[in-house]
Design a protein around this ligand. Sequence first.
Ligand SMILES: O=c1[nH]c(=O)c2[nH]c(=O)[nH]c2[nH]1
Length: 301
Amino acid sequence: MATLSYARYGKDNVRLYKVQRNDDGTQDVTEMTVCTLLEGDIAESWTKSDNANIVATDTQKQTVYIMAKLHPVTPPELFASILGDHFLSTYSHIHVAHVTVTVHKWTRMEVDGKPHPHSFMRDGVETRVVEAVARRNKGIAIRSGIKGLLVLKSTGSQFWGFHRDEFTRLPETRDRILSTEVEAGWNWRNFSGLDEVKKDLSAFNQAWSDARKITLETFATENSPSVQNTMYLMSEKILAAVPRVESVEYSLPNKHYFEIDLSWYKGLKNTGADAEVYAPQSDPNGLIQCTVTRKGASPKL
Ligand SMILES: O=c1[nH]c(=O)c2[nH]c(=O)[nH]c2[nH]1
């Protein structure tokens, strides 16, 4: 009659902070939010009120803390993989572990022109987000990404040549404001397991900084014909920079800034080439998305 066709469960919004005290007296800090979701032989909890196979979500939370104490929490790709691997190796009835780690910004302060040993500031809401999916006998799939990186350019963006019909009001423009909140992700070729993840840990931070730099530099320097083309260029460049990455995804809202006609006040000119005062729009916004996949890449698990 009815069948349970989807079930996973875990703990979301596990907040965690870890400090590393270095020999030279400086300290490094990491703050993250973790989500763990498990799949496996768990259906009977839903269908028969039998919780015997349920690793309580509280247990999952405690595990996150213990693993953070016992292991490094950076790079986040490693920590997410350690957690995923732990759930599979500890519980034979769990077949898939999804772990998402969101790293929050703590940027070291500069005081008197010098990096401060133990003081940090939150200079933006941008986060680094990693999702690791550990599947029994199928290795670990990792997606790394950036979220919440808010950017704006005041010129160097166009949008023209688009389809026009009786529903079209938007004028063509060869000079507009372009603003978006970057959500970017890059999918690594599947890892056979935790050992393979550990083989080249520096690749994860390097890819993050390459992807971030490519995103910012392409946004700034291209005379953009559309959000679509700009995100495609960024994706191509990330694929070229990081050989192990098989596909790149972008999701970019187009945050509109509308011109305001002020001619009603003493004939003030504030449109077209005279536009200086604009009305930023909170909604609606365009939303442009793409996945760009390396030729010959293995299909995503
Ligand atoms: O870069 C853009 N892409 C669109 O698809 C679009 N549609 C729109 O109204 N403005 C824009 N801008």
